[in-house]
Every structure is written in C-alpha cells, then in structure tokens.
Design a protein around this ligand. Structure first.
Ligand code: GLC
Length: 783
C-alpha cells in the first residue's frame, strides 16, 4: 500500500494518509542543540542538547499509539461541542482531507474537518532554543464559526529519565501559569545527591521549559492529570469535554501545558495561532522568545531561514543521473539523514530511548564521513571532542560519550579507536587541513596533551599490542558487530574484521605520515603487510574469509550455522588485505549465499538458538538485526563491488536496500520510505523485508559514501579530487555539482568508450583533480 510520495523537487516527502505502518517522523532541530522529533500525526517529543540530561517534552517508550504524546492542538466547535485535532491524532476524527509534508527542518500537516481547514507547521528556529507550532485555520463552511483552540504538550522529568526513579522525580516538578505562559521547572538537583544518582550531571542550571501562544489565554492546565482526567487519554481529555480548563498548577506530579483560547472566524477568513515552546535559562528569556515568535512575520522569516540553510547545505553536492530515485536520495534525503546521524548518533529516535546509548564513538567517527564537505568546521570540532572525551593515552577509547555530560562510558572494544584514523583522514582529504595533525589535544583520562597525529598513532599501537595467538587483533568485548561476543575458555578470541580495519587504518596512517615526511610510514606499511599475511595465511576458508577465532573457527563451511559472515569479505576488499583472487572469490560467495531481494544478510545460515560461543547475536530471532540483514554492512558490499570494478552488482546492491523502492508496498518495510533503516528482516524471518531502527544508523553515512565516492566515484583525497566512476552499464553518464575546497566543480561523465579527463578543457592524467583556487571549474570525463 502507498502512503505518500516525494514532491516534484524531492525536497518534501508528502504523506497522504495518517495511519502509516509505523510513525513516519522528521527531526526538527538547530545548531544550538534544540531538537524535536515529529511524526506525521503531530506526535513526538523534544530535548535540548542531550536527550538524557535535558529532555523537554514527554517520550513514553513502547507506547501505543507509539508516537503519543505529541505537539497537539484541539479544536472545538463551541456550538456543537464537538472537538477534533488537525493532525488526526490524538482525537482521531477521520479528516475530510489530510496531507503531511516532511521537509528539511520542518513538518507541515494540512487537513480539513467539517468545513474548517487547518495547516499546522512545526519547526525550530535557527537561533533560539525553542520550537514553533503554527496553526492556520480557514473557515470554508460558509457560516461564522466559534471555535475553542487548545494547544497541548506534556512535560517530562527533565534530567531524570522517568523510567529510573519515578517515585522520586514525581515530587520534584513545579508547573505554573505566569505572565501568560506555562512555566515548568524541575527542581534543581542537589549536587551531592545528583552525583550518586546521575553520573553525567554537568552542574549547569537546568533552567525552565515554557509554552506560550499569541492569543489571549482564557484558562489553562499545568497538571496533566487535571487536563486529561484519570482513566482518559489524549483522545478524550476532560479539559475538552468541559467548557473550560481547570487552571491547575502543580507542585509535584506530571506537568503539562494546555492553554485555551477562543476565536470567532467568518466564512472565507483565516486565523493564525503561534505556539512557542522551548527551553530558557529564566523567565526573562522565556518572555523574550514568546514576544519574538508571537509575530507571524517573524515566524515566517524564521522558517525561511531554516529552508535557506538547508538549500545551502544540500547545494554542496547535487547529482543528475538517469535514476530519479538515486538522485532524490543522494541529493536530498540521504544528506539530510547524514546530518541527523552526525547530530544524534544512535542516541534518540522512536527506536532508541535517549537514555543509555549516548553518542557512540565508532558511530560518530563514521557519521563524520558523510558531512565533512558540508560542514568541515563542525567535523573538526567533533574530532577534537571525540579524541579528548573518549580516547585514553593507552590508545583505546570509551565506547560512547554524552553531549552534555562530556564524559565517556564503557570500554574494551577492539575497533572504536581504529575508526579515529578513518575520520581524521577523511576530514583532511576533504579540507586539505593537514595542520590538524599537529594540533594538541588532551586524552580523556589524563591532562596530558598530544598531537592529533600522536593520538592516531596511539590508537594503532593499541591494536598492535592487543593481538592473539593467531596474530589477529583480540576481539575483546566486540568489534564493529556489537553483538558478536566471542567466547572461549582456553584462549582469547580474535577478529578478522578488526584485523582488516587495522590494515585499512595503517594504510591511511602511512599516507598521513608520508605527508608529514615522517619515517613512520614504512613502519605502518610493514605492520599492514604483516597483518594482511596473517589474514591470507590463516583465515581463508577456501571460498571466503573466516570471521575470527573463538574456541572454534568462526565463519567456516565446516560449521552447521554461521558458515559465512559478510563483513570479513567486504573489509577484506576495502582494506586491500585480501589478495586479488580471494577478494573476488569472497564477494562471489557473498553474492551466492548472502545476497537476496531484501538486501544482503550479515551471516548465513542464521542462528536459531542461543550459542554461548557467539553470544548475543545468536539470541536474535533468525533473520533479524545482526542475525539478519544489517543495512549498514550492505553499504560496504557496494563499495567492495565497486572496488572490484563490478559496477552492476554494486548498483544492484545499492538499489536492493533503497527505502523508496518500497514506496508502493510500504506495509512491508513499515519504516519511512525516505530514510535508510538500520536493519531489514531477511527471508529467514517470518516478516521478510520489514525494516526497523530508521534514521539513526551508520547506513546513512556509508550509503552516501558508497553512492557518491564509489558509484559516482568522486572521492576527495589528500592530493585532490579523485574521479573514477563505476556507474551501472545502463547509465550513459551523469552530471554532478560538487564543492571541494572552495571550488564548485561541474562534473560531466559520458560513456563513450574512450578514457579521458579534462579540467576546463585541458587533459588531466591520473584521474586526480588538484585543488584549485578558482571558484568554479568544469571537469569532463569520458569512460
Ligand atoms: C549498531 C551500533 C553500532 C554497531 C552496529 C553493529 O548500529 O550502533 O555501533 O557497529 O550496531 O553491531
């Protein structure tokens, strides 16, 4: 079934019926860290800088309906007493018309009910810590209508996630109505108590949350229970069944903001109501924001600024290929998703509760790979942040960190630190900022400062020291695959993937060392050669690479289950560790045993029951999560096929997990057709093709890298922009506009059968365009 489509310019996804198979959401946020998640029915919640430490509105996990509560308006006809919501939820009166447009940084839901047309716009202004909900009402009923309008939102327990200590936090809330606003305050934590309760508390004043409207407030509720009523829900709140709200306040309990106003609207005329909800350091700041956004002209301008910022962002890369879906995803939605993963890693969505995960170290490193052309300064800041908050002077890293607490958590993984090298290398390749290697940055656990280069070398030295009896890196807690917990009594488990990631990082580091004219380059390459020898000498199963050693050989045809794993084949190719024949043979096995219509399985045959040797991965139901199709890892198969110069297979793999391919069968994928999801159920499950964990996934960054740097083949490197298209044979060529180090390149690739490259009409040898001081240049490529 189809629930929507892209707008003609692909900048919006238009949902045409509200009952999508899962909430189809959008992230509305700004650079200051105010962020909201909004669904196609106005559901969702907000937080400021850190969803664990400073949550603003309520997120009820595993709720049904999933996306409640939200940012709701109630509209009531004062003559008939009937009330409804312009976003369908929560009252759920079937609208006469409905449409939700998710765009970059905003969502607009239009609907009509009994002659009243509404348009609700949600967005977050660039320069303020608040969100705007704007309701436009047009009376098309031919008669004067008297309407009550109530915007409603439920506040949360602030820095104290409610699941942790609800009997306690319930008594710390205060919410009241003052100066025509609802002001909500979670009583400031006591430092001594807080340190024990909440390790990540940062010590700044929590401030307050507020809600205001630009109309006369006739009455209000600050108590959720007073507004909704015990044993009712957002669908039929007492507040709407009564003529007035109860002017409740709270000193302990669950806080909300419900503000009631009335409008009389003549036929054919329009009324606009602006709601401002946000975070402010004090009442004065809240008043400033309320006053600013009570002006409809100012809110319109604020929305235009959001839209302009996104046009500029997307303008750094635009492709025109024969495949419209490819263009839509690469030019708009994949870039948009990559910015969202850069901001929030795997922290908060309708699949991650925003308490425990924080910003993953390896995840965040990977997320930078797809945004450094668009926002190099922010990537540079992130590099410093990750090195200083997660890396120990021993070279290894915390597994995750928190934006507000600034501290890391969990350690003992075999790969987190290896991704640092890829992140820094990609940033330098994009920007040419080789000087970053000499910048001094502290470690997480000591005041000692070291150059970025020394940080990276320490990361590599750590892996060099942590090898097992076969000569591969120890897997420790896990490698990239968080749920592969290899276990053995007698020896220490080792990982082929970590070995390949190590080879790759060593090679990149050797190139950085060469740039610095350091002798280390030879040493790094020597180590890479040695590790590749181990991989080829001890880890080849005949038709593919093993996955590791953990009491038994992991990933061999001799096993009954989990005979072959995807990652050790793909990274064998990407790292260059695999010798040429095995690189092809490993990927042929992937094609034969793992590839399917729904995507490429991560392991085959899947686990069917718990197996201590493998740990958590074997607990997943067959065909699900890491025991199914892990979309993130599919992107590496595309890259590997491109590197093997098999562009048609690369493209086929790309298309197989493109979310939009399911647009007319959305009930199968269930998640949004405009963003990648982390995992897709394989045909070993009972729901093949079902997606989960949309939005926050490494799939976003890697699919962008796969599409732009490998299929289109436009890859920034230390010496310049490398152009090596590996496009499907059915394409006659493509055009791309790509900003690189200040110059906008207009690239045109044509399939002519000749191999040539010209920069502004002059032949270029070697496929690399050197950086240019010009603002614009033309590159013509024939393949
Ligand atoms: C999740 C984690 C990521 C991990 C992957 C595979 O996406 O966020 O860190 O690499 O799962 O286990």
């Amino acid at each position: 079934m189809q629930y929507g489509k892209f707008s003609n310019d692909a900048r919006e996804y238009i949902i045409t019926r509200p009952d999508t198979p899962t909430p189809w959401i959008n992230y509305i946020s700004n650079l200051r860290g105010y962020c909201g998640i909004v669904s196609q029915t106005g559901g969702g919640f907000s937080f400021h800088k850190d969803p664990r430490e400073r949550r603003i509105t309520k997120y009820r996990y595993n709720n049904i309906p999933v996306d409640r509560p939200g940012r709701y308006f109630y509209i009531k006809d004062m003559e008939t007493g009937e009330f409804w919501s312009p976003t369908w939820q929560p009252v759920m009166k079937t609208p006469d018309s409905y449409e939700c447009r998710h765009g970059q940084g905003y969502t607009i839901i239009t609907s009509s009910y009994q002659g009243v047309e509404h348009q609700v716009s949600y967005f977050v202004p660039q320069e303020d810590d608040c969100e705007i909900w704007q309701l436009k009402i047009v009376n098309r009923s031919g008669k004067t209508r008297k309407l009550t309008v109530v915007p409603y939102s439920e506040f949360t327990f602030w820095s104290e996630p409610e699941s942790r200590n609800i009997q306690w936090s319930m008594h710390l809330t205060r919410c009241m109505f003052a100066d025509d606003m609802v002001l909500y305050n979670f009583i400031e934590p006591h430092p001594a108590f807080d340190m024990a309760e909440n390790k990540n508390y940062v010590g700044d004043r929590p401030g307050l949350a507020f809600m205001a409207i630009n109309k006369m407030v006739l009455d209000y509720d600050c108590s959720r229970d007073a507004f909704i009523g015990m044993y009712y829900s957002e669908t039929n709140p007492v507040g709407l069944r009564n003529a007035r709200l109860s002017n409740s306040i709270i000193r302990g309990g669950v806080a909300c903001a419900a503000l009631r106003t009335e409008i009389t609207i003549e036929p054919g005329t329009e009324e606009v109501i602006n709601v401002t909800l946000g975070f402010a350091s004090d009442k004065r700041e809240a008043t400033r924001l309320r006053n600013k956004y009570s002006s409809t002209a100012k809110t319109a301008m604020a929305l235009q600024i959001v839209q302009k910022a996104w046009s500029d962002y997307l303008g750094t890369f635009q492709a025109e290929t024969p495949d419209k879906d490819f263009n839509t995803i690469v030019n708009v939605w994949n870039q948009y998703q990559c910015k969202t993963t850069f901001d929030w890693s795997r922290y908060i969505s309708f699949y991650e509760n925003g308490e425990g995960r924080g910003m993953g170290t390896r995840d965040s490193c990977q997320d930078t790979l797809a945004v450094s052309a668009q926002m190099p300064e922010r990537v540079k800041e992130r590099i410093f942040q990750i090195l200083s908050t997660t890396q120990f002077d021993t070279g290894d890293c915390y597994h995750q960190f928190f934006p507000l607490g600034g501290k890391g958590e969990l350690k003992g993984f075999s790969d987190d630190h290896l991704w640092l090298v890829q992140m820094v290398y990609a940033y330098i390749a994009e920007t040419g900022d080789i000087a970053i290697l000499d910048e001094k940055v502290p470690y997480a656990d000591s005041k000692k400062k070291d150059s970025v280069y020394a940080h990276l070398a320490a990361a590599l030295n750590y892996t060099e020291r942590m090898k097992g009896s076969h000569g591969l890196p120890l897997i420790l807690t896990a490698d990239w695959n968080d749920t592969l917990h290899l276990w053995m009594e007698s020896d220490k488990p080792e990982s082929v993937l970590a070995g390949e990631l190590y080879v790759y990082a060593l090679k990149l580091m050797a190139r950085l060392a060469e740039k610095k004219k350091s002798k280390d380059a030879t040493m790094f390459l020597k180590r890479a050669g040695k590790m590749a020898d181990v991989i080829n000498g001890k880890c080849w199963d005949g038709k593919w690479y093993y996955r590791g050693f953990g009491g038994e050989t992991i990933g061999t045809h001799k096993s009954r289950r989990a005979k072959i794993f995807l990652n050790s084949q793909t990274w064998g190719v990407i790292s260059g560790a695999a010798d040429a024949e095995r690189a092809k043979a490993g990927m042929d096995s992937v094609n034969r045993l793992l590839a399917s219509e729904e995507g490429i399985k991560k392991v085959w045959p899947p686990f069917e029951k718990y197996d201590q040797t493998f740990g958590l991965i074997s607990r997943y139901n067959s065909g699900r999560k890491e025991n199914g199709i892990f979309a993130h890892a599919n992107a590496w198969a595309i890259i590997a096929e491109a590197l093997l110069n098999r562009p048609d297979t690369a493209y086929e793999y790309y298309k197989s997990i493109l979310p939009y391919k399911n647009n007319s069968t959305a009930e199968v994928l269930k998640t949004e057709p405009y963003v990648f999801c982390q995992t897709i159920c394989s045909n070993d499950s009972i729901t093949p093709g079902e997606g989960a964990n949309s939005w926050l996934t490494g799939t976003a960054a890697w699919m962008y890298v796969a599409a732009t740097q490998y299929i289109l083949g436009i890859k920034p490197d230390l010496e310049g922009l490398k152009i090596e298209p590996r496009i499907p044979s059915e394409w006659a060529g493509y055009r791309v506009k790509r900003l690189f180090r200040g110059c906008m390149y207009h690239i045109e690739v044509k399939r002519t059968g000749k191999a040539s490259m010209k920069l502004n009409g002059d032949a270029i040898q070697g496929g690399i365009i050197p950086p240019s001081s010009a603002k614009m240049a033309r590159i013509a490529v024939e393949i």
